[in-house]
Structures are given as C-alpha cells and as structure tokens.
Ligand binder design. Structure first.
Ligand code: MF3
Ligand code: CO
Ligand code: CO
Length: 249
C-alpha cells in the first residue's frame, strides 16, 4: 500500500532531509585522497546526531554503519572501513539517511576524488541529469512508469547500463515503503501518483554492463564487469502541480 502523508509528516521528513542535504554539502570538503571511508562514516554519524536526528541506516536489517560509502565499481551499500582509503581518480557514492521524530529522508550523491577522467565525469553528469529528468515529470495524476521511462531514456541515449536489481522506493516511517520505483520502463509501475506521496528517486547507472554481484560481506553491490557506477538520489513529496525536494537546502 502506498501511504499519503500529511503536511505535518512531510515537514518532519523535510527537516530530516535538510540535515542530509547539509551533510552531503559538508562532505564535499572531506573527500580527498588519503581519507578512509570509516572516517567519513564517523563524521556523518556525529553530524546527524548533532542535529537531533538518528542515522536511518545504522542497524537497518543489520547494516553495520551510519552511511553507505561505495567506490568506483561498487554501486551501493559499500560498508565504511578503516582499510579503504580514497585515492586520486576514484569516485565515491555517499548515501545518507536521517530520521527525525520517526520520519526518514534518504539522499545520495557521487563525488570525485581529485581528478577523474572524462568518461567517468560524463557518467556522473548524466546520472544526475537522469534524476532531474525523472523528477521533472512528477505531479499528481501522473503514472509512475512515466518517471521510470524518463530516467531510463537518459541511460539509453548515452549507452549506460541501468542497474535493475536496485530501485527507488516510497519512504516515510520506514526507509523502504511501497512502491518500488525501477529506473527502467516496466509494466508493473501502473500506480497513479497522488499529492502527499513521498518517494526516493535514485538512478544507478554503470559505464558498461548492468549486471551486479553481491560481495561476501552480504551488503556491497558491485558491477560484474568491474565498470564504474554512479548514483544520485533525492527524497521528494508529490504535490498538485509537481514535486517538492525534501533533501534540498
Ligand atoms: N540508502 C539506501 C537506499 O537508497 C538504503 C540503504 S539501507 C542500508 O535505498 F542498510 F544499506 F544502509
Ligand atoms: Co539511499
Ligand atoms: Co533510497
């Protein structure tokens, strides 16, 4: 069942979302060669708690950290570690979630570590473009699959792989609610969007193949062919005429 949130509920999610946005902005200055992903996790946890929120992902289905830190061919759910050091030319996806008074927000961004080659830089640019293209069609009365199709169209025009095992999702009192939101056109996304639905839209594209593996840590998802992947995510509320980004400033 897809829940409809009240204005008050959306306000709480928006507060959690603004904490996440400010955290991702703050992280821009922390990402540089030599930093470990464990250090990033520690900074993030402190930041989230200092704003009166709790980290949504810590202990979620047993997840052992506050944020996800996924490097290069790791698509999502990379576990922060003191053994993983960033190096020049890497890209890293930070996926963060905060909970305020029982309401969650979820957002992700891909960052460059030092200088990154043009092919990867373009992948980042167009994955972000796909997020905004997906958002642009959202309003009360629109079919969910139109969002899926809009996101996929950007991947198709650049020849990128669309990861199919992972999707966007509804969000609210739990991180993952109905509906699932694939990043490709499909026959299941028949839902009609309604004002007050809160959704996490999150394209995940790879440079080449779309197939993924789960690593032995039971969390990290990597591309099978080793190609680099990018990920951008916003939590939004559907409105009468469009949408409101809850994980913006
Ligand atoms: N942030 C992820 C998403 O976008 C969920 C992470 S859950 C965790 O859906 F447990 F892996 F952290
Ligand atoms: Co996320
Ligand atoms: Co999400």
């Amino acid at each position: 069942m897809v829940s409809i949130k009240t204005e008050e509920e959306i306000e709480l999610m928006n507060y959690a979302g603004s904490v996440c946005y400010n955290l991702l902005e703050y992280m821009e200055n922390c990402i540089k060669p030599g930093v470990t992903t464990k250090e990033l996790d520690t900074i993030a946890e402190k930041f989230i708690r200092s704003k009166g929120c709790t980290p949504s992902f810590l202990n979620y289905e047993g997840y052992p950290a506050s944020i996800c830190t996924s490097i290069n061919d790791e698509v999502v759910h990379g576990i922060p570690s003191e053994k993983r050091k960033l190096k020049n030319g890497d890209i890293i996806k930070l996926d963060v979630g905060a909970c305020y008074k029982g309401y969650h927000a979820d957002t992700a961004r891909t960052y460059k570590v030092g200088t990154v080659n043009k092919e990867i830089s373009d992948l980042m640019k167009y994955t972000k473009e796909a997020l905004y293209k997906g958002l642009s069609v959202i309003k009360d009365g629109v079919k969910l699959n139109d969002v899926c199709t809009a996101i996929e169209s950007v991947a198709i025009s650049h020849g990128y792989g669309v990861i199919r095992e992972l999707t966007g999702h509804g969000i609210g009192t739990v991180v993952h609610e109905d509906p699932y939101i694939p990043n490709y056109s499909n026959t299941e996304s028949e839902l009609i969007l309604k004002e007050g639905m809160t959704l996490a839209i999150e394209p995940m594209f790879s440079l080449k193949g779309r197939k993924v593996w789960l690593l032995e840590d039971d969390w990290t998802i990597v591309t099978r062919d080793g190609s680099v992947a990018a990920h951008y995510e916003h939590t939004i509320a559907v409105t009468k005429d469009g949408y409101k980004i809850l994980t913006g400033e």
